[in-house]
Design a protein around this ligand. Structure first.
Ligand code: H79
Length: 593
């Protein structure tokens, strides 16, 4: 399989679902001269940490998504680009950047109380403004603002004091301000890209790696125009920080000959359906819509969603880098602080199910939640059951598991959890009644490693892959989550507005599949099917309303899709943005000869 960096020049016309397909980049190549054991040792703290704070802070916090009184659509840190603002006009914002309320100890304290173990702050974003004192460019917070102070110095000290690992985000390629930097097409500053790399980017990364004590993470972004030769000076500098971990966005490899340097996969704004088995990965995600502070962005995710994300990510073996966008005054927004506090409270009781854990056991989606596991010193394994939906009868099935369970308890309160074998697997009895915690966690101990004979969905004897409603992971926008009706053969889900259904299954060989669905709909609709993967592409079918209303289901052929061998996931959604109710029963894939 070829290697592709997620943010290397995404083809413009492709829909987001397809861009996500390209985000399945690969890495995990050890740093030159490092053995696998040394690499494991270097990655250990990061693998255990699970939860970190991303901080997007920069000059963009001053306009906060508005230019000359008018809102500019998109991320606030992209305002200069989206508003096509001339370099000289944008640079004047520095005169109004005076974050007098900034308090590094408070920020680090907020991260720590949230249960976060590391933070990654934008030292320089695409706008080219350095949030640190830099001899390489006067366009920095010390030289160009009334604040005249280096906040990264304070943060480094606060992190050291409070035991939080420090990381820097650095936009090495895109720089809309400096001569030769990539990405400024509206008011380009003439100059040579290689000169820019040497005089600005490499010089500033050297400053970041030499003037702030221990740096644990370097987070590069949007490697437009970055080749292996251009990456070399950055790679060489990294030796200045033993143990440094860096992401997979330094460069775009030439698929014919290069490997992609970097320690971590970086899915942005999504959770990979099956994780990246065998690789280190970190989902970065905003808490509202914008990364940088945007004054009219009130589209906050709820605490339950944020905790489900942390639970889902850890069940797939990844880390969660959750973003805050502080204001130009230097404050983390109140709604972010509230949510972080609630996450911290949950983690203080249930953190054992997250920190230092590995991906859960079951290859198929569980109807009640997620699992993680941890090896015990005596050779046994502790399985954590993250209960998202407490079953009415208090009983959970661990499908295909037939090992004898030892002691079990709820992490909150310690009440005893029972487990009994049954033909379908272990039946776990949860004690008492659920309270208002978004996730209740049970821990069960086993001797030795865990096994389940639960299998991923595969093709049946007739060659078809049949995906039922129970197999679907359902997503809704805001309050519009799809509703499941019925059970067995005739189970269906009903959805309207923005919704998405995701299915995971295994294919034995690469090939073409015809996708069909049994649907019921009251109005014209267009369904979109996509499979994130090397051949990811969307197919869509215009389907007419048929039958006698919502009770009547009929088959519809959606099109043909190419899938690789192995684990696949397929997403189904409506292309109609307006509310168009639809019912979906089974989906099936038939191999195309
Ligand atoms: O720092 C955050 C984003 O600013 C940065 N990565 C995260 C961590 C990022 N850079 N590029 N992208 C994300 C891809 C998204 C590009 C978009 Fe746009 C910016 C979509 C809309 C605004 C550029 C301008 C592409 C379309 C219009």
């Amino acid at each position: 399989m070829f290697r592709r960096n997620p943010f290397a020049r995404p083809p413009r016309a492709l829909p987001i679902a397809l861009l996500a397909a390209f985000c399945v980049a690969t890495c995990g190549v050890a740093t030159a001269g490092e053995t696998p054991t040394q690499r494991d040792a270097r990655m250990e703290w990061w693998r255990d940490a699970k939860f970190g704070m991303f901080i997007h802070w920069g000059l963009f916090a001053v306009p906060a998504g508005e230019w000359r009184g008018k809102p500019v659509p998109g991320f606030s840190e992209w305002l200069m680009n989206q508003g096509r603002i001339p370099v000289a006009d944008y640079a004047k914002l520095a005169q109004d950047f005076n974050p007098v309320k900034f308090n590094a100890d408070e920020w680090v304290g907020i991260a720590k109380a949230a249960g976060m173990k590391y933070l990654v702050i934008t030292a320089k974003h695409h706008d080219g403004f350095a949030m640190f004192e830099s001899a390489a460019s006067p366009f920095n917070i010390v030289a160009a603002t009334p604040f005249k102070h280096d906040p990264l110095k304070d943060l480094a000290a606060a992190c050291a004091k409070q035991g939080i690992k420090l990381g820097f985000y650095y936009s090495q390629s895109q720089d809309w301000h400096h001569s030769g930097g990539a990405g400024n097409h509206w008011d380009p500053v003439p100059g040579d890209y290689d000169q820019y790399l040497e005089k600005t980017a490499v010089a500033q990364v050297r400053e970041l790696l030499t003037k702030y004590g221990p740096v644990s993470v370097l987070w590069y972004d949007t490697p437009r125009r970055m080749t292996l030769a251009r990456a070399q000076p950055f790679l060489a500098l990294q030796a200045l920080q033993p143990g440094l971990i860096f992401n997979n966005r330094l460069m775009t490899p030439d698929p014919a000959k290069d490997h992609l340097p970097g320690d971590t996969e970086t899915p942005e704004q999504f959770i990979p359906p099956n994780g990246y088995p065998g690789k280190d990965w970190e989902t970065c995600m905003t808490m509202n819509d914008s990364w940088g502070f945007k004054k009219d962005d009130h589209h906050w995710k709820g605490v339950e969603t944020l905790l489900h994300n942390l639970s889902d990510i850890s069940s797939k073996g990844g880390n969660f880098l959750l973003n805050v966008g502080p204001t130009a005054e230097g404050e983390i927004p109140g709604p972010s602080i509230e949510r972080l506090k609630a996450m911290g409270a949950w983690l203080r009781t249930n953190g054992e199910a997250v920190y230092g854990t590995q991906a859960g056991l079951f290859p198929r989606r569980l109807p009640w939640g997620r699992t993680t596991r941890k090896a015990l010193p005596d050779g046994g394994t502790r399985l954590f059951l993250h209960v998202w939906d407490w079953p009415q009868d208090g009983k959970l099935l661990l499908p295909g598991m037939h090992q004898k369970a030892g002691a079990g308890r709820m992490l909150a309160g310690g009440a005893v959890v029972s487990a009994m074998d049954s033909p379908g697997g272990l039946v776990v009895g949860l004690p008492g009644k659920p309270d208002d915690s978004p996730i209740h966690v049970a821990a069960l101990d086993f001797s030795g490693p865990l096994t389940t004979d639960q299998q991923m969905i595969t093709a049946g004897a007739d060659g078809r892959v049949v995906l039922s409603v129970e197999d679907a992971e359902l997503f809704g926008e805001d309050d519009g989550k799809p509703v499941v009706e019925g059970s067995g053969e005739t189970a269906s889900f009903r959805a309207a507005g923005g919704w998405k259904a995701r299915y995971s299954f295994q294919t034995a060989a690469e090939g073409l599949w015809s996708v069909c669905a049994e649907v019921s709909l009251a109005a014209y609709n267009r369904l979109n099917v996509s499979a994130p993967g090397p051949f990811g592409r969307s197919i869509a079918a215009a389907i007419q309303p048929f039958g006698d209303g919502p009770e009547s289901f009929g088959p519809v052929e959606l099109g043909v899709i190419k899938l690789p061998a192995g684990t696949n996931s397929l997403e189904l959604k409506s292309e109609m943005n307006e509310v168009r109710p639809i019912g979906v029963r089974r989906i099936w894939l038939t191999p195309v000869k």
